[in-house]
Design a protein around this ligand. Sequence first.
Ligand code: BMA
Length: 396
Amino acid sequence: MNKKLITLTALAAVLTAACSGHKDRNAYDPLADSGRTQKTENLLANLKAQGDSGVYMFGHHDATVYGIGWEADYANDSTVGARSDVKSVCNDMPAVLSFDLGRIELGGDRNLDGVPFSRLRQEIINQFEHGGLTTISWHVDNPLSGGTAWVADSLKDVETKTVEAVLEGGSQHEKFLGWVDMVGDFLNALETPYGVKVPVVFRPWHEHSGSWFWWGQAHCTAEQYKQLWRLTADRLKAKGVTNVLYAYSPGTESDGDPEKYMERYPGDDIIDVLGVDTYCGAPDGDSVKIAAYAQKLDKHLAMIETIAKAHGKALALTETGYEGIPQKQWWTKTLAPVLAKHPVAYVVVWRNARERPSHHFAPYPGHASAADFVSFYNLKETLFLHDVNALYLERK
Ligand code: BMA
């Protein structure tokens, strides 16, 4: 190479670096040795430490997109992050938002609960910019039957073969990889205007210890379930996704037996957060059933706490709630006393369905449990959005 060419090549390299913005981006958003962004690793370290320090973040599914009696104006960007039933009750946003990507795999504009994916993206970035966290689930349709994530009795034979069909060598493998790629595109698009990737907790294949989803216990072997996870994580990695932590969230079918809880665990190299999904099943407000929920929750969190410590993972109550919240003081008398006993990083309650008002898990103005929720908000253990500001900073 002659001298002139070398000089030109060097100049081109300098100009490319200066104009592409890559230099700046790396300064804001470097990759850690793990291949994930440093902020994603910081988040994991902070989730673990937060649990240990006796505080936990409160989360609510679909909190900012609709609630009882209202729905955000998706066409108006100024309404992003502006309203939630929780905020209307305690004047603060949940520290954790939870959203679902169900139906993204079909290439449509809206998820299974009618919320535009473009809006979810804005909400997640906005939540990050305010210091909060988002966790994402995926009620993915059945690629083999064409049905929903939920098993239909009429399709039982097909449902039982779905996991096998999406794994390598299966009839739906290629189609399924395309579906995971669409999730990857969404995760990759979670980026601030400054090019910072927004770390999120991704929680696919949840409640697999039950059999109501096509990836559930009765529909695949333990090995197949683990392969499903590995396939998902590997594919997302190959897509360049660097901003996710993965949460494992069975139901309570293990009944507190650690071996059963871990029977389908995909591995320490994949999972970052250990959790459980469990609901207070006392529609009649029966105090005996409410007490049984508290006991069950306590038992499971105690079990998972031990496993999380042994495996170096964060602990979370990945889904819970009491539909309709018939117990006025459920927040401070049932939920908080159990959570106070375990190092949970966060708790997420399910959605306040605007299209089915009885299907709500957080209070709204005028709700019988609203006053108690304010007391819950005021507990020193609970963190809401105003309380979190260092989730993505390196721990010193
Ligand atoms: C379920 C219900 C459904 C909803 C789904 C995904 O628990 O709330 O109505 O479609 O979660 O959000």
